[in-house]
Design a protein around this ligand. Structure first.
Ligand code: ACO
Ligand code: LMR
Length: 623
C-alpha cells in the first residue's frame, strides 16, 4: 500500500521512505497504557467512519498479558495488552505503526526494539527530554531501514478521516470542529503540537480541510524533518497545497527554501516562521521548544521568513494574516479547478460517557439494584436508619441488628433476646447430624472453610434444620382456619405429608430435647401471648400419643414462637409474608454457621486426613 520515495528526495543513500504513512486501515500499537489517548483515537476512528479501530493492541511492559476495555462508538470492545512488542507483533502482523508513550528514560530503547521489528514502519515518540544523541542514532537507524520516526517531543499528527496519533487534534468536539474526520486537500507540518491544533482549525475555516498534519516535535534533532514531510506531501496527489509553520532556531526552513527553488516542492506553500518577536528581547531567548533558539542571525525567524519569501513561498507579513494567505491560496486553487470542494459527509455521533452525562443531569435510568436496609455512602454505615456507632451505644445486640436488617424494625428486648436464643440453641447438635457431617467430610477432603461450611449448609431443608418456615406456615394456617389439633393431624395424615416441626430421630418424650424446653419456657414467660405455641403443643400431644419421637422439635418450636412474636410486632399479613419468603430458616443458617465453622476448625486442628466411607457400611447390589 506504500509508495516509496527515492534517495535523492530524502538525502539518504539507497534507501526509500514511505510517502503515505497512514491509511483508513492503519493498525497501531500503543506503547504504555495511555487510556485517554487510546480512547480519543478510537473516538476519532468512529467519527471518521472507520470499520475497525486503529489500535490493535497495547504494549504494557510493566503488566501481564491481558485485555483493556474501551468504547468503539457505543460498543464496548476489548483491546489486548501484551508485555512485549515482540509478542504483540507476532499476534498482530498487520500493525505497522507504534505510538510510543514511553517516558524519556525508556523511549529510546523501546523505539529501538520497535525498529528491529520489520512490520513496524512508523514510530511516533511522544516523550520530551530524549537525549539528543539517542534521537540522532534513532533517526539514522530508521533512515537506514526506510522507516519513519515522528518526534520526539511531539503530540503526533493526524491523517484526516484515516488515523489519528494519540492526543493530536484534542477532544472529539475539536476534531469535528476542525473537520479532521474527513480528508481535505491541505498537507500541514509544524514543530509544535499546540500550534498544529490551532492550524487545523484555521485550515478547516479557510479551505476544504486538512489531508494530513504532522507535528515533528520541538527538539533540535527530530526523527523526521519539516522538509521530509513536505516532500511526502508533494508526492501525494490528493494534497493540493502545503501549509507549514516554522520556528526560530535551526536551519530547517532554509532546506525548504532550497527545495522550492530546486522545484522539489512545486505545490503552493503557505509558510510562516514563528518567533519574530525574539528581536524585542535584548538577549537570546529560548522559546518553549528545545530547538527554538536562534544561535546566529540566520536562525532568526525574520531571516528565515525573508529567505522563504525570496524562494517563492507564500509568506504572510505576520501571523495575523496567515489565515488570509491560506484562504487566498485555496480559493485560487478552486478557481483553477485544482481543488473541487466536496459535500460534507454526515458525522456519526459519539455517545457521551455515562458518568459524564449523569453528572450533567442529561440522563436518568432506573437503578438495577434497590436496597432499603442499609447504606454505606455516608461517614458510617447505617443499619436501617441507625448509624453503627449508635448500634453499639444502644447495645442492641445481635438480636437487635438482625431484627433491623431482616424485619426492618427494632424488635423489643424480649423478641431480640429470643432471636439470640434461637441462634444459640441451633449453633450445633454434634458431629453426627447432616450439616456437621458434610462439613467434616469436605474439610477432610482439603476444602477451605467457605466450601466446607457451604457443603454442610446445603443440607438445611424441609427434613433437617430448614423446617422452621414449613412448621410456621403449616401450624399458623391450620390455626387460622380454626382446625383443632386432631383435625390438623388427621388432615396431614390424609395428605400423607409429615408435619414439619414434628418428630426427631433420637429425641422423644422420654428423652426430651432440652433446646425445645428452653425455648418453650422462655416464650411462655416473656411473650405477651403464645396462641401458636399452645396450638403446636396440642398437636404434639396427639402425635406423641402415636409415637414417642413425634415431639414438637426445635425447628417447630422456634417456628411457632416466631409467628407469635411477629403477629405481636407487625400486621398478620406482613408476618405471613415473611414466613412465605422463607425468612425464618435464616435463623438456622446463622446458628449453624457457628457450628459448621467449629467442625471445620476442629478437623483442621486435628489434622484429619481424607475420609473414606467403609465398604461394610454400604449395601451394594447383589452380584
Ligand atoms: N408428622 C407426622 N407424622 C410423622 C412425622 C411428622 N413430622 N414424622 C414421622 N411421622 C410418622 C410417619 O408417618 C411414620 O408413621 P407410621 O409409623 O405410622 O408409618 C412414623 O412417624 C415414623 O416415620 P419416619 O419417617 O420413620 O420418622 P423418623 O423418625 O425417621 O423421622 C424426622 C424423623 C425426619 C424428623 C421426621 O419426623 C420429619 O420428617 N419431620 C418433619 C421435618 C422436621 O421437622 N425436621 C426437623 C427435624 S429437627 C432438626 O433437624 C433440627
Ligand atoms: C439438629 O439440631 O440438627 C438435630 O436435632 C438433628 C439431629 O439429627 O439430631
Amino acid at each position: 500500500m506504500f509508495r516509496w520515495l527515492l534517495r535523492e528526495e530524502t538525502n539518504i543513500a539507497n534507501i526509500s521512505s514511505p510517502i503515505e504513512l497512514f491509511s483508513k486501515n492503519t493498525q497501531s500499537f500503543i506503547y504504555n497504557n495511555q487510556v485517554n489517548a487510546t480512547q480519543r483515537m478510537l473516538d476519532f476512528d468512529y467519527v471518521s467512519g472507520r470499520q475497525t479501530p486503529s489500535v490493535s493492541a497495547i504494549i504494557n511492559p510493566t503488566g501481564a498479558d491481558s485485555f483493556a476495555r474501551f468504547f468503539f462508538g457505543a460498543r464496548e470492545i476489548l483491546i489486548p495488552m501484551y508485555k512485549t512488542i515482540e509478542k504483540a507483533a507476532k499476534m498482530h502482523p498487520n500493525v505497522d505503526v507504534m505510538v510510543n508513550f514511553a517516558s524519556f528514560r525508556s523511549a529510546a530503547s523501546s523505539t529501538e526494539e520497535a525498529l528491529a521489528i520489520s512490520q513496524i514502519l512508523t514510530i511516533v515518540i511522544i516523550a520530551e527530554g530524549v537525549p539528543e544523541r539517542s534521537a540522532k542514532l534513532l533517526r539514522a537507524k530508521a533512515k537506514s531501514l526506510g522507516k519513519v520516526i515522528i518526534g520526539p517531543a511531539t503530540v503526533g499528527g493526524v491523517k484526516a478521516g484515516c488515523f489519528k496519533i494519540g492526543n493530536a487534534g484534542g477532544t472529539i468536539e475539536n476534531i469535528i470542529e476542525s473537520k479532521l474526520h474527513r480528508p481535505g486537500s491541505v498537507g500541514f507540518v509544524s514543530k509544535s503540537g499546540g500550534l498544529s491544533n490551532e492550524a487545523y482549525n484555521i485550515i478547516a475555516r479557510n479551505t476544504d480541510g486538512l489531508y494530513e498534519g504532522i507535528a515533528i516535535g520541538g527538539d533540535t534533532y527530530p526523527g523526521s524533518t519539516l522538509l521530509e514531510h513536505l516532500i511526502r506531501f508533494e508526492n501525494i496527489p490528493d494534497i493540493k497545497m502545503l501549509v507549514c509553520l516554522g520556528e526560530v532556531g535551526g536551519n530547517a526552513e532554509y532546506e525548504i527554501a532550497e527545495a522550492i527553488k530546486s522545484e522539489k516542492i512545486t505545490k503552493p506553500i503557505v509558510i510562516w516562521v514563528t518567533g519574530t518577536c525574539s528581536k524585542a528581547f535584548k538577549t537570546e531567548v529560548q522559546f518553549g521548544h528545545a530547538g527554538a533558539k536562534a544561535g546566529s542571525d540566520v536562525e532568526t525567524a525574520d531571516a528565515k521568513n525573508a529567505a522563504l519569501r525570496a524562494a517563492g513561498a507564500i509568506v504572510p507579513t505576520s501571523y495575523d494574516d496567515y489565515d488570509q494567505k491560506i484562504r487566498e491560496t485555496y480559493e485560487r486553487l478552486v478557481k483553477k479547478g485544482t481543488i473541487k470542494p466536496k459535500p460534507e459527509p454526515s458525522v456519526p455521533k459519539i455517545p457521551m460517557d455515562y458518568a459524564k452525562a449523569l453528572k450533567e443531569g442529561l440522563i436518568r435510568k432506573p437503578a438495577n439494584f434497590i436496597c432499603t436496609i442499609s447504606d454505606d455512602r455516608g461517614e458510617e454505615v447505617l443499619y436501617g436508619k441507625m448509624p453503627i456507632s449508635e448500634v453499639f451505644k444502644k447495645d442492641i445486640g445481635i438480636g437487635g441488628v438482625l431484627s433491623i436488617l431482616w424485619f426492618k424494625r427494632q424488635f423489643p428486648a424480649y423478641a431480640a433476646k429470643f432471636i439470640e436464643m434461637s441462634i444459640m440453641v441451633t449453633a450445633d447438635h454434634g458431629p453426627a447430624v447432616s450439616g456437621a457431617h458434610n462439613t467434616i467430610v469436605a474439610a477432610r477432603a482439603g476444602k477451605d472453610l467457605v466450601s466446607s461450611v457451604a457443603s454442610g449448609m446445603l443440607t438445611i431443608g424441609p427434613r433437617f434444620g430448614g423446617a422452621i418456615d414449613g412448621a410456621a406456615q403449616l401450624f399458623s394456617n391450620a390455626y387460622d382456619r380454626g382446625l383443632t389439633a386432631t383435625q390438623f393431624v388427621e388432615e396431614m395424615k390424609k395428605k400423607g405429608e409429615p408435619i414439619q416441626g414434628i418428630g426427631h430421630l433420637i429425641k422423644s418424650i422420654h428423652n426430651p430435647d432440652m433446646r425445645v424446653t428452653i425455648i418453650k419456657e422462655y416464650a411462655k414467660k416473656h411473650f405477651k401471648a403464645t396462641p401458636l405455641l399452645d396450638f403446636a403443643l396440642e398437636v404434639e400431644k396427639i402425635t406423641t400419643a402415636k409415637k414417642d419421637n413425634l415431639i414438637l422439635n426445635v425447628d417447630g418450636c422456634i417456628g411457632v414462637c416466631f409467628v407469635d412474636i411477629m403477629r405481636n410486632e407487625m400486621s398478620k399479613q406482613e408476618a405471613d409474608e415473611y414466613v412465605h419468603m422463607g425468612a425464618l430458616n435464616g435463623l438456622f443458617v446463622v446458628g449453624r454457621t457457628i457450628g459448621m465453622t467449629a467442625h471445620f476448625l476442629d478437623q483442621k486442628r486435628l489434622k484429619q486426613g481424607l475420609y473414606r466411607h467403609p465398604w461394610d457400611d454400604i449395601a451394594y447390589m447383589t452380584e
